[in-house]
Each structure stands twice: as C-alpha cells, then as structure tokens.
Design a protein around this ligand. Structure first.
Ligand code: NAD
Length: 446
C-alpha cells in the first residue's frame, strides 16, 4: 500500500502548502541497505562511569564511528545515553540536559538510545526511582523527536555488561536504519548469552531458517531479509498460495514447503524438509496469521476457532515437535509474530488479541526450555503495517490508524522483518522471552 498523504506532504509544491497550513508532515524513513555506513555523522555518548567509557570505546574502535564525549556544535546522527550507573534521580540531570541542548540540531533520521538497568524490588528506593525514571524519560523523549528520528532503550539485567553480545547487537540494531519503525521501545537484555557475528551485514550466514506465511506481506519480507542476512530460507505457506510461495522461494534461493501450519504433523514436516533439503534447522519464524474480526457479542465458533488455531495453537504444536526432536539444539531461535492488539486490545478483535496475547505468554514460557541449547524464543509485535491485511481496513479508519504513532505513518513489512532478523541472529542470544514492538511508538498501549 502506498501512503499518498506522506508522499504529498513531502512533495515540492504540495509540501510547501502542507507546511504553510501547519499539517503534520511525517518524514520518509531511511531504510537499511547492506554495505552502507552504520551512521552518517558523529555520535554523542553521554554519561559518566566505566560503562559509558566502554560504550564510547566500542563505537570509536571496532565500529569506527566519530564519537564525541561532550556536546559540540555538530549535527549528531546519534545520541547514546549510558545511564546504567545512576543511583539517584539527581544523576539524570547532567546527561539528559546535555542531550537536550543537541536535540534541535539532530540529523534527519537520528537515533537516540538509552542504556539502563531495570528497577527491581531489591533495589534501594532511590536506585529504583532513577532506573524507572529512564523508562518514562525515553518514552517521552521519543514522542518529541521529529524528522524520522527515533528513541529507544536497552535495559540490561544486573550482571550483564555493556560488552555483552546482545547489548552490542541491540545497540547496533537500534542505531542502524534496520530499526526505522521501532520507536519508544525499551528492550530487555537478560543474559550475556549469544555471540557476535563475523560480518554484521550477514549475521545469519550458515543458518537455516523456516518462515511460515511466507507467500506474501510481512512473511515475504521476512524471507527476503533473512536471506539477505545470509540464511538459507524454507518458505512455508498453504497450498492455495503455492504460486506466490514458489516465486518467493526462488527469489531468495531457498525452498518452498506447501503446508497448512494447523496440520497435526506440521512440526515434523517442517523439520523433515529442513533436514533433508538443507541438513539443519536453526531458526523458526512463526509469521502465518489470520484475522476474523467481529465484536464479541456477535462472535461465532467459525470466527473464533480458526484465529486461535492458526495464530497460536499451531505455534505451540510446532514448537513442541521441534523441542522434543533433538534436532533443534544449536543455539536455536524461535521468533513469533504477536501484535500490538495482543498488548493493548482492539475493539472487534477479541479472538485475534487472545491469540496474539497468547503468543506473548508462549514465548515467555518457551524461552527457558531453549536455554540449555543457547536458544531463545521472542516475539515481534507489529503496529500498523502496510500489507494486504491492513488494506482491508475501511479507508477513513486506515488513515487514522496509520497516523496514530510518533512517526505518523504506517510501517513497511521490511520494518517488521528487520526486527525478526535481529532476534533470529546470534547476537540476540541474551534476549529471552521478550516482545519487541515495531509500531512507530503507537499511541495505543504501552
Ligand atoms: P497477510 O494476510 O498479508 O499474510 C499472511 C500469510 O499467512 C498469507 O500468505 C497466508 O496464506 C498465510 N497463512 C495463513 N494461514 C496459514 C496457515 N494455516 N498455514 C500456513 N500459512 C498460512 O498478513 P500480514 O499482514 O503479512 O501479517 C503477517 C503476520 O503479522 C500475522 O501473524 C499478523 O497477525 C501479524 N501482524 C500484522 C500486522 C499488520 O499491520 N499487517 C500487524 C500486527 C501483526
């Protein structure tokens, strides 16, 4: 789907008119292309202590960025606020106000990333106040950014160092154009598990990934993105989508498996195909999903049952088959598609939200089962993404829905795919049972 409004307000004559009229002008987002530099312009690393020094050294050294430790008169491509060592709300003032002075001159599409620790019941009250304060700060700051800039945070469990693979992987993801539609999110890093890729442009080299619902939409973009990142892809979809499925599989140089994911033996067939054709299975992306919207007062088994069957029960059954097979044990990754509807709720979508909320519970409980193999299970929760699914929404509702986020536009399927690819990558091994929203900081829900 094209977003005509976004094109008009960024066009020459119509853009000038929109500016004069004071209309909201969502900025076109820059998206990732392999081989491009991580950031174009300097990065300001604020915060004091060993963690801030280590982050600055990583950015300046291995990542070869132009790092400043104090604000200069520069157009910053990124601000990194290292707040892992705050112990009192008073500690926030210095780095935050120094960052504030640079906000008006941020580059288009700039990135603001906080690194902090979770507030827990065991913390001293002042420590917990400072830590939790970062969450409120980040979510509000993200709402103030313009020009396609985003604000996100990594929340490092106590004991996880700033050099842990998932901290570095997460930081790189959030700084890069891969996270174009991720905004206002705080992603937890639970352990120092995972490993850094040899090549950040091909983190999935040598891995075999299954993507369900790959014939179109978000699934197609996931198949393409995982293949771009080096994975061999098995594209799965229902037989009725066979032609499209074959085209996707050919394009990504993978293989196609026609399969209804609700089949009793879906897990066994996926594993058999991956092992026979490619010799291994490392990543499963549960993307196949359907909607059958109806107000609960009008709900019928015909609308309820298939949504729960496809969106969550099939995932449970496939996971069970993989986990008991003994063939899914080399740092495996499960990434499931949830939805912001499953977090915030959505009128007319009790069935869908129950299934997507179910997915969130499922990954949380599945992650510990994979831990012994260095594996993880996580979910990605898209907000409004421009696909055939959302093209069916009535025009006026669709216009409103796509503006109700900090970036004032719908996301593209590739935006979801980038988040999936990150969580599927070796570097994400320390992120366990979490949900990453790709919603442009949707005003709905947290
Ligand atoms: P889509 O309808 O465009 O594509 C879904 C694909 O899944 C289709 O190719 C379909 O044939 C396949 N599929 C459906 N049932 C299947 C089954 N039983 N077995 C195998 N394949 C099956 O949907 P989309 O917009 O690309 O959404 C992809 C995922 O993202 C879904 O899980 C959806 O719930 C989720 N999601 C989408 C949005 C959005 O805005 N588009 C928002 C939140 C979540």
């Amino acid at each position: 789907m094209t977003d005509t409004y976004l094109e008009l307000v960024n066009g020459g004559l119509t853009g000038t008119l929109a500016k004069k009229l004071g209309l909201p002008r969502p900025a076109p987002l820059r998206r990732y292309r392999a081989g491009e530099p991580l950031l174009v312009g300097p990065v300001l690393v604020l915060g004091k202590g060993a963690d801030a020094d280590a982050v600055a050294a990583q950015l300046a050294g291995p990542w070869d960025l132009d790092v400043h430790r104090h604000a200069h008169d520069a157009r910053y491509a990124a601000l990194v606020l290292v707040l892992t060592e705050v112990t009192h709300p008073d500690d926030l003032a210095a780095p935050v106000l120094e960052a504030a002075a640079t906000l008006r001159s941020l580059a288009r599409g700039a990135r603001v990333v906080t690194l902090s620790r979770p507030a827990t019941d065991e913390d001293a009250p002042a420590v917990a106040a400072a830590r939790q304060g970062v969450d409120g700060l980040l979510r509000s700051l993200a709402k103030e950014l313009r020009g396609g800039a985003t604000g996100n945070g990594l929340v490092l469990a106590d004991g996880v160092g700033v050099d842990a693979p998932s901290v570095l992987g997460g930081l790189r993801f959030l700084l890069s154009t891969r996270s174009a539609f991720v905004d206002g999110q705080l992603l937890a890093v639970d352990t120092d598990g995972g490993s850094l890729p040899d090549d950040w442009d091909r983190p999935l080299a040598g891995r075999v990934a299954v993507v369900t619902g790959a014939a179109r939409g978000i699934g197609e973009a996931i198949a393409e993105t995982l293949a771009r990142d080096g994975a061999t892809v098995v594209a799965v979809d229902v037989p009725a989508a066979g032609d499209h499925l074959a085209a996707v599989a050919n394009r990504v140089r993978g293989t196609a498996l026609q399969l209804d994911v609700t089949a009793d033996d879906a897990g066994e067939r996926i594993l058999e195909h991956a092992l026979q054709r490619h010799g291994r299975l490392d990543v499963v992306v549960h993307n196949a999903g359907i909607t059958r919207d109806k107000l609960l007062a009008n709900m019928t088994p015909e609308k309820w049952d298939p949504v729960l069957a496809v969106n969550v029960a099939a995932q449970l059954r496939i996971n069970e088959a993989l986990l008991t097979s003994g063939d899914f044990t080399d740092a495996p990754r499960i990434v499931s598609l949830a939805s912001t509807s499953g977090i915030a709720g959505n009128r007319g979508q009790t069935n869908y939200a129950a299934s997507k909320g179910g997915v969130i519970g499922m990954v949380r409980a599945t992650a510990p089962l994979l831990e012994a193999f260095g594996g993880t299970a996580n979910a990605v929760a898209p907000g409004f993404i421009e696909t055939e699914m959302t093209a069916r929404i009535p025009a006026v509702t669709r216009q409103v829905a796509r503006r109700l986020n900090s970036l004032q536009q719908g996301g593209q399927p590739v935006d979801v795919a980038e988040a999936v690819a990150f969580l599927a990558s070796p570097a994400a091994g320390g992120i366990r049972g979490r949900v990453l929203r790709v919603c442009g900081q949707n005003m709905v829900g947290q």
